[in-house]
Design a protein around this ligand. Structure first.
Ligand SMILES: Nc1nc2c(ncn2[C@@H]2O[C@H](COP(=O)(O)OP(=O)(O)OP(=O)(O)O)[C@@H](O)[C@H]2O)c(=O)[nH]1
Ligand SMILES: [Mg+2]
Length: 159
């Protein structure tokens, strides 16, 4: 897990959204975690394993990103916590504005832990700040041992 700090991304407009989000979440005491990894690396599985251990009164919310389906949200929703799917369409990953929209009618004051599953991809998510507190990178052995060297920004760059 890498800890977040301010950063620059070349994505115009994303930085200001992420900076504002980070400030809002810090003010409300929200710990936010951005899960990134290739398709099938186990992001939704990790979400499920994590939240199934939590008591129902835990103040947890989940945003799941996908290009077009609701599948991940449906898997996570059965644990009883608030879940919202964000479909990115032609965009290959989530950005700060999408997170702002996803959170729009949720009260941050009521959330202690925000879990975000990014779209399955190791390129875009490295360069898009979501205002997260920390990022977790998942890598499956089937991706090959050279995955960290072929997508270094996801493995070496701090949030
Ligand atoms: N053997 C094994 N299978 C796993 C593990 N983690 C996930 N899987 C399986 O791999 C498949 C894909 O896992 P997901 O959790 O859906 O992967 P994901 O990263 O969310 O995939 P996308 O949302 O499509 O990017 C599922 O069939 C899981 O059951 C693991 O640690 N070991
Ligand atoms: Mg998934």
């Amino acid at each position: 897990m890498t800890h977040a700090g301010p950063r620059h991304t070349g994505a115009s407009g994303n930085d200001s959204s992420a900076t504002a989000l980070r400030a809002r979440m810090a003010a409300c005491g929200v710990l936010s975690v951005n899960l990134i990894g290739s398709p099938g690396s186990g992001k939704t599985s990790l979400l499920e394993c994590t939240i199934e251990t939590l008591p129902r009164y835990a103040r947890v919310a989940v945003l799941t990103g996908d290009v077009q389906t609701e599948d991940d949200a449906e898997r996570v929703r059965r644990y009883g916590f608030p879940v919202r799917q964000i479909n990115t369409g032609s965009a290959g990953c989530l950005d700060g504005r999408m997170i702002e929209q996803g959170l729009a009618d949720w009260r941050l004051e009521d959330i202690d832990l925000l879990l975000i599953e990014n779209v399955g991809n190791l390129i875009g998510p490295a360069d898009h700040d979501l205002g997260e507190t920390a990022k977790i990178v998942l890598s499956s052995v089937t991706e090959g041992e050279d995955e960290p060297s072929s997508t270094p920004r996801s493995f070496t760059r701090q949030s």
